[in-house]
Design a protein around this ligand. Structure first.
Ligand code: SF4
Length: 895
């Protein structure tokens, strides 16, 4: 439908004519265009246009003409019926609920294809020769027809066929129809329109005057070019209507949203300038998702359902599970406390969570517990789905859902759709069944997954749609993304439950490559007629492989040309934030900072990181693991080594004592056992299988035994101290330090040791911005005595080593070191100690002065090891960093 046709349809509708569209999206688009035209004419009120989408047209006409009282199945009911029939077939694939419902969906599709393309095959005798899976489907179809007859039910797929008969016998005069947005008219549709009477299709208007085909290097560049093009179009004509076509809008939705927000954002508009014509599953919308999660969580034993910790964290953070802000804050505080106390779990039942602390809001616990008891009582026996559907809103209301916050317009719409989904689940009792709670919950989840939700259109100037969904949409200009040889024409597979020859003969979707080509050609021509200006694009690199231009598009638009230079993103994007020089600093007044040496390590890595952790108490959020976390394993290793080197009565204190041990393996086994007995809390023991902890004990025993064998080859030493606590004052900043171990070497000097099980290197101490200052800090400020060296003890299976700086490593640490060893080649020097000391003092002064700029030492590596991105919003402001880098030279020169 081009400009001319749009005017024709507009005039037709204004005169009260009826238009039938291929989809409800096309009906909405047509209605919006009609209303816009009336507004442009200066009208303030006008009769509603008579537009019906295909399904509504069929249904309303059937309801007007048919009086036999059969129940029209909704999608959930029809799928349940197919699932029951498939389940009764005792096929292996139908024994489990998930596969059974997937098969039911396939059977629904096959039924719909037969009804639309070859209705004669709905007669069972015509399918007698079908074999294998097709024969199984044929049997299900017979059972489906019988069930519909017995239950006086009718599938929506049969309505057009029934309607054709009704129209043929009905003598009423019917108004002429105009069809809009049909890429192809299916055989059943053609028969129905013929039976209706007079009908016509909208004439295709002239093809676009300007057609371009662009080639981009990769998908990101292509998407950016499209967003920039939209932005330029709207800058030139703010009233322009733009249509962006993409084939994988659901998969790339986030990426598309980010690109369009970045390049088309407007300071004048509160809402984005774009909208997707296709919604997202209701199960991914926060309000219904929270409701379903709560219902799952309230399910107590015997079918108790636990929430994964990240699910629970999300649920609590939404506020949809709390009746007041105080309650919500208290629940969030509890989640944080769980982590800080090491009480995290991978999954939480409500009973476990409620029993985990006395600090949970009492009213919340009582409400939830009461709701759980209520549900428990009601769920003792199967109920009618309609009873479950009435019970669910009361249950959710009792626990405080949807929360204390006033709902936004989009949330109200989601709330309404949730209510409809619950009603749809309640309608599953159409066959008189009673179902258990779990089955109702599963059915509700399926309905949420299959219901697409899009908030009411705000008539954004940029509409983003798929090729099929765009039928009936018109615009001032169109951009078609991803038009490469593999994706356009779009391929697909034949239906697995219908014989292939039937599909080929009937011309069903994807039955032959030629059919796909013809459909893609029709859609391409329709898009070319949808706007005066049409752009196609593709990227040479797509999903890691080389792509070629679509031959179909080349046919219409010629060979692809490079993207115009103005459609490339500028080297540094205009930042979303406005750069403001904020030289203000809030000095740290307390003098003593919690966090030990890590504060100054962070100050060196990124001043904001030190500020956020030490002064705002910000912390990262590691997901709970089924086994011990890396941190817990590290703590156990430290505890075992401390226990070994702590000296009598249970440990040892020197190389000679180590070498004198009669049975090193037994000694270590005993130490590890004692540590596990003391360090593994009751909670951890409950959550982890006994055998798993035994294996962890064994692994640690082997690791430490190997390490001690390595240490046994050292030059003589005694352990001066382990797990040493000390307090130091640096330029007015007081820090509490803890060091793993200090050894006295054979020249009476001291060796500072830090145990590490990961990959570390002394290069992390390199000036001017060290990545780690713990050992230099300890060596420079906490040690009394002559420093012999500072080393990482790398305790790693099969790869034990010391790495660091030692005055004379060969004489005091390991006698077998060669001249090529880094320990020998790069010894500790007095100059290094002086430089480290002054660097650390400067870091302390900076911290005290409140220096807190977002300035990662080595972007992006430093940020990849930091959990504070959500606080500093580094990724969002990446462009600022680029700008800062570009002007770094100038800043230095100014200073
Ligand atoms: S993420 Fe990067 S910029 Fe942000 S605080 Fe951490 S280190 Fe600094």
């Amino acid at each position: 439908m081009g400009t001319k046709s749009a005017a024709d349809i507009d005039a037709w509708l204004r005169d009260g004519g009826l238009v039938v569209t291929a989809s409800d999206r096309a009906a909405r688009a047509l209605g919006t265009a009609f209303n816009r035209s009336r507004l442009a004419e200066g009208l303030t009120a006008w009769p509603a246009p008579h537009i019906l989408d295909w399904k509504s047209f069929v249904r309303s006409t059937w309801e007007n003409l048919s009086y036999d009282g059969r129940l029209l199945l909704n999608p959930a009911q029809e799928q349940a019926l197919w699932a029951r029939i498939a389940g009764e077939s005792q096929h292996m694939a139908t024994l489990l609920e998930g596969p059974r419902h997937r098969l039911a969906s396939l059977a629904m599709e096959a039924h719909s294809l037969l009804a639309a393309y070859v209705p004669r095959l709905l007669r069972s005798s015509a399918r007698a020769a079908w074999q294998q899976d097709a024969a199984a489907f044929s049997g299900w179809l017979i059972a489906f027809d019988e069930a519909c007859r017995a239950g006086t039910l009718i599938s929506p797929n049969r309505l057009p066929l029934e309607l054709i008969q009704l129209l043929t016998t009905d003598q009423t005069t019917r108004p002429p129809l105009v069809l809009a947005g049909f890429d192809r008219i299916l055989p059943v549709q053609r028969s129905l329109f013929d039976a209706w009477g007079t009908w016509s299709e909208t004439a295709a208007s002239n093809a676009a005057g300007a057609v371009h085909y662009y080639e981009a290097s990769d998908t990101k560049t292509e998407l950016t070019a499209c967003a920039l093009w939209c932005s330029r179009q709207l800058a030139a004509n703010p009233q322009a209507r733009l249509l962006v076509i993409t084939q994988d809008a659901s998969k790339r939705r986030g990426e598309i949203e980010r690109a369009f927000l970045k390049h088309t954002s407007s300071h004048d508009s509160a809402s984005p300038l774009f909208e997707f014509s296709l919604g997202i599953p209701l199960s991914q919308v926060a309000l219904p998702q929270a409701a379903h999660m709560l219902l799952r969580w309230l399910t107590g034993p015997p079918g108790e359902q636990k929430l994964a910790e990240q699910e629970l964290d999300w649920l609590i953070s939404t506020g949809h599970a709390a009746a007041s802000q105080q309650e919500s804050l208290a629940l969030q505080a509890r989640m944080r406390a769980l982590r800080r106390r090491g009480q995290e779990r991978t999954h939480w039942s409500f009973a476990d969570f409620a029993g985990s602390s006395n600090s949970l809001p009492r009213a919340w616990v009582e409400r939830m517990a009461q709701a759980q008891r209520h549900l428990d009582g009601f769920a003792r026996r199967p109920q009618r789905p309609i009873d479950w559907a009435e019970f669910v809103p009361k249950l959710l209301e009792a626990v405080g859902w949807p929360g204390y916050r006033p709902l936004s317009s989009a949330e109200y719409q989601a709330l309404h759709r949730w209510g409809q989904a619950v009603e749809a689940a309640g309608s599953l009792g159409f066959d008189g069944r009673r179902i258990p709670w779990q089955e109702f919950l599963s059915a509700l989840r399926r309905i949420l997954d299959e219901t697409l939700f899009a908030p009411e259109s705000h008539d954004a100037p940029i509409q983003i749609a798929g090729p099929a969904e765009s039928a009936g949409l018109t615009a001032d200009a169109v951009w078609f993304l991803g038009a490469n040889e593999d994706t356009w024409p779009a391929g697909g597979s034949m239906h697995p439950l219908l014989p292939f020859e039937v599909q080929r003969e009937a011309g069903m979707p994807h039955a032959t490559p030629l059919l796909d080509l013809e459909l893609a050609r029709t859609m391409t021509m329709r898009l070319l007629a949808a706007a005066p200006e049409v752009h196609f694009s593709y990227s040479r690199q797509c999903q890691g492989s080389e792509a070629r231009p679509s031959r179909l598009i080349v046919e219409f638009a010629g060979s692809p040309e490079p993207l115009p230079s103005e459609l490339y993103a500028p080297a540094a994007q205009r930042p979303l934030t406005v750069l403001v020089e904020d030289a203000s600093r809030v000095p740290f007044q307390l003098g003593e900072a919690a966090g030990g040496a890590s504060i100054l390590t962070y100050q060196s890595q990124c001043p904001f990181k030190a500020f956020a952790t030490a002064r705002l108490d910000a912390k990262g959020w590691e997901p709970a693991e089924a086994g011990l976390t890396a941190a817990q394993r590290g703590q156990l290793l430290h505890a075992v080594l401390h226990s070994i080197w702590a000296g009598p009565p249970n440990g040892i204190r020197s190389l000679s004592e180590l070498q004198d041990l009669a049975d090193l393996g037994c000694f270590v086994t005993e130490r590890v056992r004692c540590v596990f007995a003391g360090e593994i809390s009751g909670g951890l023991r409950e959550r982890m299988p006994r055998r798993y902890l035994e294996l962890e004990e064994l692994r640690l025993t082997r690791l430490v035994t190997e390490w001690l064998e390595y240490e046994a080859a050292r030059q003589p030493f005694t352990v001066a101290d382990t797990e040493v606590d000390s307090t130091v004052a640096i330029a007015g900043l007081t820090l509490k330090l803890r060091l793993d171990r200090v050894d006295r070497l054979n020249d009476d000097s001291l060796l500072v040791i830090d145990y590490k099980s990961g990959d570390v290197s002394p290069s992390s101490w390199d000036l001017p911005r060290p990545d780690d200052v713990q050992l230099p800090l300890y060596a420079g400020f906490a040690l009394s005595g002559v420093l012999g060296g500072l080393v990482f003890a790398k305790v790693r299976a099969g790869n034990h080593a010391f790495a660091g700086k030692v005055g004379d490593a060969k004489a005091t640490l390991l006698g077998d070191l060669t001249g090529n060893s880094a320990l020998v080649k790069s010894p500790l020097t007095a100059e290094q100690l002086i430089d480290w000391r002054s660097c650390i003092e400067q870091l302390a002064k900076d911290f005290l002065a409140g220096r807190a700029e977002v300035d990662p030492r080595d972007y992006p590596t430093t940020c990849e090891r930091c959990d504070l991105q959500t606080l500093c919003r580094m990724q969002e402001n990446e462009a600022l960093l680029v700008c800062a880098d570009d002007t770094e030279g100038e800043v230095v020169a100014d200073e």
